[in-house]
Design a protein around this ligand. Structure first.
Ligand code: GLN
Length: 317
């Protein structure tokens, strides 16, 4: 193993970032520069390398800092995702604890939050512009299926201060991590976190606060045959159950949609993150299941321009 601290002379953050970038590159580690910057700035107590001022960049690192950087970089050399190496990661404006093997929130999923917020404010405006004028503040009840680290649930709780969330995950590690993040952010009063597998449960168990306004999920949606080509970071460290959606990637999507009518209020909405091949498949599946009374309202693209998010609405009777 290469040792950075064994080098003679004073070592600055700039030196050490360059050194580990090279080591990562030589060892074929993806995002070598970013990985090195994240680790060094983390040890120096900064979020990004760019936010370190020039004085901090040139101050020699202490032996303890060098040792810490070396330890973390060795984990990255074993292809551990940088989010697990640091043990924390930002999602929207929250810093969340990350622990293997709980699914790491991806940046595109942040857009799922905006879609829920837009729908909530649209509904609110519609209500207040109707003949029966109402100034009632909405108290939406939201269900998140497959909460992982709690990223979606917690962002929604923060952005919708009147909302309540029921967050479920079939993995105990995920339930525990969501609980930890909820307590760190002091949001425990508005959330129920359940260790629960939606494939083997009745709707009743989830209706603690009555019918839902929203169901939100980033379910496992990777087509099984695509699993083997995922990055080593994912395959070695993340819970693959959070990604593998079965042969057509639709296994959990179908479970959620079959359950949705008995969980949602009339006109309630499901927001899902999916594979770009799924919008057409879901549309066809809903047409083959008219008894569910669900309509695909909209397909939204992610920041790469790929169809990624579905808005499905329960028809009002
Ligand atoms: N977008 C994810 C990935 O491949 C897949 C997420 C999922 O299955 N929910 O990194």
């Amino acid at each position: 193993r290469q040792s950075c601290s064994a080098r003679p002379g004073l070592v600055t953050a700039i030196d050490v970032v360059g050194y580990w970038q090279k080591v990562f590159e030589t060892n074929g580690i993806p995002e070598a520069r970013e990985s090195s910057e994240y680790i060094v700035s983390f040890v120096l107590g900064a979020k990004t390398f760019q936010s370190l001022n020039s004085e901090k960049l040139r101050t020699p690192l202490t032996a303890v800092q060098q040792e810490q950087i070396q330890q973390l970089c060795h984990r990255r050399l074993e292809r551990m995702p940088v989010q697990y190496v640091l043990g924390e990661w930002d999602f929207q404006d929250l810093t969340l604890k990350m622990k293997p093997p709980v699914f790491i929130p991806r940046p595109e999923t942040e857009d799922l939050i905006s879609l829920v917020l837009e729908e909530e404010s649209r509904k609110h405006k519609e209500k207040n512009s109707g003949l029966c004028f109402s100034v009632a503040v909405p108290h939406p009840v939201i269900l998140e299926i497959g909460c992982g680290s709690g990223a979606i649930a917690l962002s929604l709780l923060c952005k919708l201060p009147q909302s309540r969330v029921i967050a479920v995950d079939k993995e105990e590690a995920a339930v525990d991590l969501t609980k930890e993040n909820v307590h760190r952010l002091q949001l425990q009063d508005r959330i129920h976190i359940l260790h629960h597998n939606v494939s083997y449960s009745s709707a009743k168990q989830l209706l603690l606060w009555g019918p839902m306004d929203f169901i939100v999920s980033n379910p496992p949606y990777v087509f099984h045959e695509d699993m083997a080509s995922l990055d080593a970071e994912i395959l070695r460290y993340e819970d693959l159950g959070a990604l593998d959606g079965g042969a057509d990637g639709m296994r959990v999507i179908k479970t959620i949609l079959a359950l949705a009518p008995s969980l949602l209020k009339d006109s309630g909405s499901v927001f899902l993150e999916v594979d770009p091949r799924h919008p057409d498949m879901v549309e066809n599946w809903l047409q083959a299941h008219p008894d569910l009374l669900l309509t695909l309202r909209a397909v939204h693209k992610d920041f790469c321009g790929k169809p990624r998010f579905l808005h499905i609405q329960k028809q009002s009777r």
